[in-house]
Design a binder for this molecule. Structure first.
Ligand SMILES: [Zn+2]
Length: 701
């Protein structure tokens, strides 16, 4: 009966007990004396797990608690609705898991897997009871620990604690569940939209409640939020009788997939957000969380599904959970501000990764059984041929979220384990981030604005992929986009919509190349031309001709430094005298992640780092502590690093005579150019970013 004697089905080697010091390192036992720790340690078994061992399995019945002595484990739980396994938490030394089973003697509610070689001290039921008798003080420590663990698990599962007194609940939503069900499970329906019900629960692990609610509201997706018992009681005695109107209003469900509830009450009449912001300003974050649930606003733009044929309808992709899964992925990506989504079949699973602030991160590992349906679904809504799995394809999804149009550019490539889908998010409303938000250094901002006001010539914006060239180009264009200025663009792809601007997408397969479009534009005599990218000689030459015939041309070029642009143009076959006479400036740029304003803190920087950036010894730099605002990363959003090389007369003559990039760079510096490294130093000293961030982008030059 002693569970500790049969800890797991993959029972690893048991080792001899270690010294009591290890237990004392665990906060829970910090209050115990050496002798007490030693006594306790004698009761606990030390067990080693090799990586990927399942230490406890969801649903299994054993009643031991595990204290991580060394190593790292992942706590995972399967979502009953989708069958998807979510990682709730990763635990390291000093942290504990499995304690719920110890207290409740119920089956495991989560699976715990060793991520690396891990040693745990195992406390069984019998020993646990003995320990509590001998050390009553431990009870309090356990309570504190449990509260902490609950917090953590909830945070990682995306479940938030709510304070009901700060939320106005829509009476129509309240009527979705009958009073007996509300009382039995101590749950409160808060918001309902697009088939998702936000459900305040005193116990978010109450599986029976989930089942009962799903029986009443067929097919509903439940998004749990946690409330305290006290809060529930206060709400039911205070707000509930008032909030629930005596008469019911006629109305239709906001999402037609929801079946009429079994009881006689009526569903909400409109899909408007049911939870509204209360007056307290600190209620904002919680309410924000519910309202910013953009997934419920995610709707395919009308007509996007027209291409679905009868054959499509019979395919696995028409499975409703798959549709929801696909929508959730798109919605989540937008909500997290991702720029790319990668859905990649692997040997074991389908890995979903987002690129956020330029960094690719794993969001979810989906079971392989969803692969076919999910990939097909994404292909259908992107108007791709779902039967073609061997060739790469390109397409587009248009969605609206919160009334904002958002395009996804979708491409598929056949991979070893199936088709990989890559989606790039093109936020059309993101046209004008504002040059002043990109360029935080005032003199540089003024210089770029002055350059953009020139009547003719070429401005090149250079940098590697993902350095934000396009954003800078568009933001510059947006500033000079006034009535009376004739602007045309040729792009691949058209990333943002610009009002009042003629935008053309290149189609090389029909001869509509950058150069061909440019030549056509020139016949219409525009004032300003934006050429998405100068990739080839034809484009480069036509752009030069345009600049020399009185047009302002903005374009991007793939080079590391500003000065290297001239080398690149030379390689493309553009004569140096043409380059020197047409160019007015080259702007090199990078994007780095920005320090979180909420948690950045100064520190005494390493003297070598300061010297590298030419900063005086003793300069304080900044780093992020990590907080809720930045999801603990210490970094949030991005900031640009700029290097503006202007064509002062000496530099123009150097370019004309084919001087090398290094010499031009040096000459630029002598004429006051702030290079990428100097600019990075300004950002560092200003507490805008970290040494680690800028090292990646400036040390390679
Ligand atoms: Zn922060």
């Amino acid at each position: 009966m002693n569970a500790a004697d049969h800890p797991t089905d993959l029972a690893p080697a048991t080792t001899v007990l270690g010294p009591p010091l290890v237990l004392q390192a665990i906060p829970l036992f910090a209050g115990l004396s050496d002798a007490e720790c030693a006594a306790l340690d004698r009761r606990m078994r030390r067990v080693d797990f090799i990586p990927q061992t399942v230490i406890v399995r969801e649903g299994s019945a054993d009643e031991s608690a595990f204290f991580v002595v060394s190593g790292c484990v992942a706590v995972r739980r399967t979502d009953a609705a989708s069958g998807i396994e979510f990682t709730l938490a990763e635990l390291g030394p000093g942290q504990v898991f499995g304690e719920m089973a110890l207290l409740t003697k119920k089956p495991r509610t989560a699976t715990v897997v060793a991520l690396e070689a891990t040693t745990c001290a195992v406390l069984g039921q019998t020993q646990f009871e003995q320990v509590l008798r001998e050390h009553p003080a431990l009870t309090r420590s356990i309570m504190t620990m449990l509260a902490g663990r609950l917090d953590l698990a909830n945070a990682h599962a995306g479940i938030d604690f709510l304070n009901l007194s700060r939320i106005r609940v829509d009476p129509r939503v309240l009527q979705l569940l009958p009073l007996p069900v509300i009382n039995q499970h101590r749950i409160i329906p808060l918001a309902f939209c697009n088939n998702r019900l936000t459900l305040a629960m005193t116990n978010p692990n109450n599986i029976v409640a989930f089942d009962d609610v799903r029986r009443l509201l067929k097919g509903v997706m439940i998004e749990p939020a946690v409330i305290t018992e006290d809060d529930f009681r206060r709400f039911m005695t205070g707000s509930y009788p008032q909030a629930r109107p005596a008469r019911t209003e006629p109305g239709r469900p906001s999402a037609d997939r929801v079946a009429k509830p079994l009881n006689s009450t009526r569903p909400p009449a409109e899909p408007e957000p049911a939870v509204t912001q209360a007056t307290q300003p600190d209620a904002l974050s919680t309410v924000d969380l519910l309202q910013s649930d953009l997934i419920r606003e995610l709707q395919l733009t009308a007509g996007a599904e027209v291409v679905e044929t009868k054959q499509d309808l019979m395919s696995a992709s028409e499975d409703a959970p798959i549709i929801r899964l696909a929508n959730s992925i798109l919605g989540l990506a937008i909500r997290r501000g991702a720029s790319d989504i990668h859905v990649e079949p692997m040997e074991q699973d389908v890995t979903v990764r987002f690129r956020v602030d330029g960094v690719l991160q794993i969001v979810e590992r989906l079971p392989r059984k969803v692969q076919l349906g999910l990939i097909s679904r994404l292909k259908i809504i992107s108007r791709l041929d779902i039967s073609e799995k061997r060739l790469p394809q390109d397409g587009r999804i248009s969605v609206t979220m919160d009334g904002k149009p958002i395009d996804f550019r979708v491409s598929t490539v056949p991979g070893k384990w199936g088709e990989k889908v890559c989606m790039r998010i093109l936020d059309k409303s993101n046209t004008n981030i504002g040059l002043d938000r990109l360029i935080t250094h005032a003199p540089t901002l003024a210089e770029v604005r002055e350059l953009a006001a020139q009547p003719h010539g070429i401005i090149y914006v250079t940098g590697p992929t993902g350095s934000g060239k396009t954003t800078t180009l568009y933001s510059t264009l947006a500033e000079i986009n006034v009535p009376g200025v004739n602007i045309s663009t040729v792009e691949d792809p058209i990333e943002y919509d610009l009002a009042g601007v003629t935008q053309i997408q290149v189609k090389p397969e029909i001869g509509l190349t950058f150069a061909a479009v440019l030549r056509a534009f020139l016949r219409q005599d525009p004032d300003v031309l934006l050429v998405g990218e100068t990739r080839d000689k034809d484009t480069a030459r036509t752009a030069v001709e345009a600049a020399l015939t009185g047009h302002l041309v903005l374009t991007s070029l793939h080079t590391n430094s500003a000065a290297a642009a001239f080398t690149r143009l030379g390689e493309m076959g553009i004569e140096s005298f043409l380059v020197s006479s047409s160019t007015i400036a080259v702007i090199a740029q990078r994007l780095v992640r920005r320090l979180c304003r909420a948690c950045r803190e100064p520190y005494a920087a390493d003297s070598a780092a300061l010297a590298f950036f030419g900063l005086p010894a003793g300069t304080e730099l900044y780093r992020g502590r990590g907080c809720v605002e930045c999801s603990g990363k210490g970094l949030r959003g991005r900031i640009g690093i700029y290097e503006v090389l202007r064509m002062h007369a000496p530099i123009r003559s150097m370019v004309g005579s084919g001087a090398d990039a290094q010499a031009i760079h040096e000459a630029g510096r002598q004429h006051g150019m702030i290079d990428l490294k100097n600019y990075a130093a300004l950002l560092l000293a200003g507490g805008d970013t970290t040494v680690e961030e800028v090292m990646n982008v400036v040390s390679t030059d």
